[in-house]
Design a protein around this ligand. Structure first.
Ligand code: ADP
Length: 638
């Protein structure tokens, strides 16, 4: 197997790498060919890194070597060799890069595999662990590599992918770079055919920017698509490039291709995927744009070209003006870089704005998939107006959960003297629709934005204003001001009979009694102006937080009690009218206590603050028992 055994050491793969290999070696895959894409992509990365070092002025071994990838077939021995002239690896680098040190991608990949039916070969590339896919087709892999660093010996790495590998000095003269020898499994003969390898390279690696030669014949056309004039590019080429870049199997939702000449010269080719790629929320690091300087890759997945709320955008940015020897560490402080970055952000927002105007369905599709990420943009103060314009809401005017409106549409429909934009949060459309706080808005015909995601309220509180209008929670609306507005015809119900003078007094005393029953659990009990259909509602004091905010505080452990609230009572509700009767008869009647406790706890339940439902359930049961007696009496049942 080996000609020299100088310092050969045997090392075990890290436990989770073993698990990964176990999956790859023993499962059946539909796309085994992707191993070649992964090896070519590693080879190309290694040459990008070499260019980068050389631009920095680093001294390089074998500096005259052409940068290219060579693929050769040995039919007799059933071996494919993939060679590059990239940076190579030293002894320590092999150990840390391949197999021994855990990479976050490995465990993320394993989690996704455990949870989904995805074919591993379809997604492995996205997790930065592509090298191991070679074990889908290989019974043994030999890596021969020589670092670009002078005076480092060439190394040899051998493994059958079953749990361990050996590493030793190669002991023969080789030039800088890496050769991966793939000793094919017995049933993998298809990969010994040149035409098969040609077609795999064409299909998966056509956008690699170095020549790829199979048996000495170049297969790809080396060109940077983003540098071509837009008019020369066919839609299929964009799609192919997108698939190459992202590993997505679907076409992109939309493509943005721009060349900017002044004040800074750069080209961007950006895509928004149809689906949110962070399928399970594990691969948090998988975002960012590839940054090139005059076609040389400076950084893969740069995280600062776009703000995080636009992290769903994929693509490349190629600058004419940045220095080639720029270090990644100082990029962020570079003035040209930050100008490019703000310009790219503007490009994306402008594109989305046009899409919202001209391709509503597409925009809605974007919103459904990426809206959650996009909403984080409330912190981008420079672009706040553009950002807010792109927000979409389900509202009280929507015919169902799917109909969304913009803030501009809301403003167009505002009532004559309405000065504020109102929102109400809840867990679902049903929950918000039944919220007593909504009643006055219904009767006045004022539209309310419905918020279902706890995030949304942070967004609204941070924005505070849109154009000339304050954004306000319906819970904190000024009820007196709203009360002055006209009722909507259709909502007009029969007015309840006025209370007599005496009953009014009794009602005041009843409210005092209610406060006695509830004690410190409520701050006050007051007559309500906002209720139409419900007997009571719990409201927050004027300067208090909204209910959702309180719940978030509870979840995050900052509060664990029920926040103090004011109970508002609807004196025109049938139940309250009956309670007045009971109260007049006997102000200490037990029934009063039961009903008041029940009303209070039902409200807590609606607002999500009822931590122990036992008392409530027992009480409801005994009320049901009583009412069943009354019912059988009325119906005269025996
Ligand atoms: P990724 O390439 O996404 O980081 P891989 O598992 O495919 O993950 O490769 C692991 C690492 O091994 C690479 O990051 C790189 O440092 C090193 N490597 C792989 N192939 C080569 C190569 N041809 N030349 C130099 N280094 C390589």
């Amino acid at each position: 197997m080996s000609e020299t055994k100088v310092e050969e050491t045997k090392l075990e793969f890290k436990a989770e790498v073993k698990q990964l290999l176990d999956i790859l070696v023993h499962s059946l895959y539909t796309h085994k060919e992707i191993f070649l894409r992964e090896l070519i992509s590693n080879a190309s990365d290694a040459m990008d890194k070499l260019k980068f070092e050389s631009n920095k002025g680093t001294e390089i071994a074998d500096s005259g070597l052409e940068l290219e990838i060579n693929i050769n077939i040995d039919k007799d021995k059933k071996i494919i060799k993939i060679s590059d002239t990239g940076i190579g690896m030293t002894h320590d680098e092999i150990i840390s890069n391949i197999g021994t040190i855990a990479k976050s991608g490995t465990s993320e990949f394993l989690k996704v595999m455990a949870q989904s039916k995805e074919d591993a070969s379809n997604i492995i590339g996205r997790f930065g662990i592509g090298f191991y896919s070679v074990f889908m087709v290989a019974k043994e892999v030999v890596i021969k590599t020589k670092s670009f660093k002078k005076n480092e010996p060439a190394m040899k790495w051998v493994s059958d992918g079953l749990g361990s590998y050996t590493i030793s000095e190669l002991g023969e003269e080789v030039k800088r770079g890496t050769t991966i020898e793939v000793h094919l499994k017995d049933d993998m003969d298809e990969f010994l055919e040149k035409y098969r390898l040609d077609s795999v390279v064409k299909k998966h690696s056509s956008f690699i920017t170095f020549p790829i030669k199979v048996e000495n014949e170049q297969v790809n056309t080396v060109s940077a698509l983003w540098r071509e004039p837009k008019s020369n590019i066919k839609p299929e080429q964009y799609t192919e490039f997108y698939k190459f870049l992202t590993y997505d199997q679907d076409e992109p939702l939309t493509t943005i291709h721009r060349s900017v000449d002044a004040p800074i010269q750069f080209t961007s080719l950006l895509f928004i995927p149809k689906r949110n790629m962070d399928m399970f929320g594990y691969n948090r690091e998988d975002f960012g744009l590839d940054l090139y300087v005059r076609r040389v890759l400076i950084q893969h997945q740069n995280k600062d070209l776009l703000p995080e709320y636009l992290s769903f955008v994929k693509g490349v940015v190629d600058s004419e003006d940045l220095p080639l020897n720029i270090s990644r560490e100082t990029l962020q402080e570079n003035v040209i870089f930050s100008k490019i970055s703000s310009s790219v952000t503007t490009q994306v927002l402008a594109h989305l704005t046009t899409m919202a105007e001209k391709e509503e369905d597409k925009f809605n599709a974007f919103w459904k998939e990426h809206g959650k990420t996009f909403k984080m943009g409330y912190m981008d103060y420079t672009n706040q107006e553009k950002f807010s314009k792109l927000l979409r809401f389900n509202t009280s005017q929507s015919k169902d959960i799917n109909e969304l409106f913009s803030l501009d549409q809301y403003i167009e429909r505002m009532k004559k003297d309405q000065k504020e934009i109102y929102y109400l949060a809840g867990s679902s459309r049903e929950a918000v629709t039944l919220d007593p706080h909504l009643e006055i808005f219904k009767s006045k015909g004022i539209e309310v934005l419905f918020l279902y995601d706890p995030m949304d309220e942070f967004v609204m509180e941070a924005l505070r204003k849109y154009k000339d209008f304050d954004i306000k929670s319906a819970e904190q609306a000024d009820i007196k001001k709203l009360g002055k507005l006209e009722d909507v015809e259709t909502e007009k119900k029969e007015k309840a009979e006025e209370l007599s003078k005496d009953d009014k007094k009794q009602f005041s005393s009843l409210m005092k009694r209610m406060k006695d029953i509830l004690g410190d659990r409520v701050m006050d009990v007051k007559e309500s102006d906002r209720l139409k259909g419900s007997p009571i509602v719990l409201v927050n004091p004027d300067d208090g937080m909204t209910s959702t905010m309180q719940k978030i505080m509870n979840i995050t452990g900052k509060m664990s009690t029920v926040p103090p609230k004011i109970m508002e009572v609807n004196k025109d509700h049938k139940l309250i009218r009956n309670l007045i009767k009971v109260f007049k008869q006997n102000d200490k009647d037990e029934y009063l206590t039961t009903v008041v406790e029940q009303l209070y706890e039902s409200s807590l339940l609606l607002e999500g603050f009822l931590y122990d439902p036992h008392k409530l359930v027992n009480r409801v049961n005994s009320l049901l028992e009583n009412s069943s007696e009354w019912y059988t009496d009325v119906k005269n049942l025996k």
